[in-house]
Design a protein around this ligand. Structure first.
Ligand SMILES: Nc1ncnc2c1ncn2[C@@H]1O[C@H](COP(=O)(O)OP(=O)(O)OP(=O)(O)O)[C@@H](O)[C@H]1O
Length: 243
């Protein structure tokens, strides 16, 4: 069965002043895969996913989702089309409960056209919280959750949007080994219904989770391949050793 392209970019570029953070990137993501995006610090990974999510606009190039161009769409419209980006902890409201945080994220992202019914929203929130294993902490204030649980809360905030594509930016940063193991199981579970693009520095996590890997270096794609191919790639090894 031929893999269906979910998202692709053509010549995607973003400059900050004279700095070429992302340069002429042609990228192709297949439906159902777990793709890791790796590269040395400053390679342009966060900028690239910000271009995909619509948080920033490109200097040049195009983004297509399910065959339709979304380059001009603002972030909220992309969310409605099924593109979700994990919220950072800084966007978690410490004084609201975990449940309220997820509801707020889903509400603000999904209700711009006024079409979301409360019943549907409640169900999406409850499902998302259950999936990340926070049901018994749903009524706790987010600020009282451990760091690891706050990261899971961010994932729940993304999942409540019922995304077709979920982009996770360094989700295991600051987690304990046990929490990382649980997180990997969660990602595999999410991948049964969504495509995943994962920015991750933890190589054992990348190697065990990713179906394929894209390596960015200085804003450009250095390599694409399976974990085994990427591990054996001399240019990738040089980029990491040189960083
Ligand atoms: N808003 C901005 N204004 C100016 N420069 C920026 C901005 N955002 C990113 N950059 C620069 O663009 C380059 C790419 O940054 P980016 O954060 O995308 O890299 P990264 O691969 O995600 O890095 P890291 O792994 O350290 O998170 C860096 O040189 C960074 O300093």
């Amino acid at each position: 069965m031929a893999a269906v392209t979910l998202l692709h970019t053509k010549g995607l570029s973003r400059r900050f002043g004279g700095l070429k953070a992302v340069q002429n990137v042609d990228f192709d993501l297949k439906q159902g895969e777990i793709r890791a995006l790796i590269g040395p610090n400053g390679a342009g990974k966060t900028t690239f996913v910000s271009l995909l999510s619509g948080r920033i606009v490109p200097s040049e190039g195009q983004v297509f989702f399910e065959g339709e161009e979304v380059t001009g769409d603002p972030a909220w419209r992309r969310v409605r089309k099924g593109i979700a980006y994990t919220f950072q902890i800084t966007s978690v409201y410490a004084k609201l409960t975990a449940y309220e945080n997820v509801a707020l994220a889903a509400q603000s992202a999904l209700s711009r056209s006024g079409a979301v019914r409360k019943k549907d929203l409640d169900r999406a929130v409850a499902e998302a919280i259950e999936k990340v294993g926070l049901s018994d902490r749903a009524r706790m204030k987010a600020g009282e959750l451990s760091y690891g649980h706050q990261r899971l809360l961010e994932v729940a905030m993304g999942l409540a949007l019922r995304p077709k594509l979920l982009m996770l930016d360094e989700p295991t940063q600051g987690l304990s080994d046990a929490e990382i193991d649980n997180f990997c199981n969660l990602v595999r579970d999410i991948a049964r219904t969504a495509t995943i693009l994962l920015i991750e520095h933890n190589m054992p996590v990348v190697m065990q989770l990713a179906d394929s890997i894209t390596v960015l270096n200085a804003g450009e794609i250095l390599a694409n391949g399976t974990p085994a191919e990427i591990r054996a790639n001399p240019a990738v090894q040089a980029a990491y050793l040189g960083s």
